[in-house]
Write a protein that binds this ligand. Structure first.
Ligand code: C5P
Length: 234
């Protein structure tokens, strides 16, 4: 792979470990750009659903992904607003149907190849925080800082239950735990880019940590590697 355009901090791990929030806060603190790679798989899934394409047809799904017009706009403290082909899809992106389709199309090597350059294109000065499953292993193998953020399935299910309750959505712990375990198995057992820590990643178990403590640890690791706010060190 060619030299990185800017320092990249990769944050990989299973769903519910807190990657999204941590990546967003670390990016804000450092003044870095943010790549939510899961959103690209979710957008591809939405395109498949909207066009009624066959999710098993790798070429067709990759072609749909190549044609997507995507826009991300950060809303400080609120997350990111997302547009697909001129339509605000921020809510549709987060629903269960989209999530399920995303994990289905994520197994397609043609789609993963198509999204590779799109993802690498996010690396720009002064730096990038990239959140996903294969950021440190496949997309940015030369990243100077690689974090693998995990938490027990029980803790992740409890966090998800709390989030859903706050949104007024009814759910129960055993079925969330079952969903999380199935998704973990699918993500770690697939042939292309399975979920696993890079050999040079630092693993942080967030089961007994809050978001601030995790961010603090990530920022300390970044600083040890010469990464500071808003400056790109060579
Ligand atoms: O992280 P998020 O839940 O938004 O990811 C949606 C789906 O996209 C996941 O289930 C996972 O299978 C897939 N994904 C992936 N590689 C990434 C990011 C997400 O395969 N780098």
């Amino acid at each position: 792979m060619t030299e990185l355009a800017a320092p990249v901090i990769t944050i990989d791990g299973p769903s519910g470990a807190g990657k999204g929030t941590v990546a967003q806060r670390v990016a804000e603190t450092l003044g870095f750009a943010l790549l939510d790679s899961g959103a690209l798989y979710r957008l591809s899934a939405l395109a498949v659903l909207r066009h009624g394409a066959d999710p098993a047809d790798g070429e067709a799904v990759a072609a749909l992904a190549a044609a997507m017009q995507i826009r991300f706009e950060a809303e400080p403290g609120q997350g990111v607003r997302t547009w697909l082909d001129g339509e605000d899809v921020s809510q549709a992106l987060r629903n269960e149907e989209t999530a399920a389709m995303a994990s289905k199309v994520a197994v397609l090597p043609q789609l993963r190849r198509q999204l590779l350059d799109v993802q690498r294109g996010f690396a720009r000065a002064p730096g990038l925080v990239a959140d996903g499953r294969d950021m440190g292993t496949v997309v940015f193998p030369d990243a100077p800082v690689k974090i693998f953020l995990t938490a027990s399935a029980q803790v992740r299910a409890e966090r998800r239950l709390k989030q859903l309750k706050e949104k007024g959505i009814d759910a129960n712990l055993p079925s969330l735990l079952e969903d999380i375990s199935q998704r973990d198995a699918r993500d770690s057992e697939r042939k292309t880019a399975p979920l696993k820590p890079a050999a040079d990643a630092v693993t942080i178990d967030s089961s007994a940590l809050n978001i601030d403590q995790v961010c603090q640890q990530v920022l300390e690791i970044a600083e040890k590697n010469g990464i500071r706010r808003g400056e790109s060190e060579s």
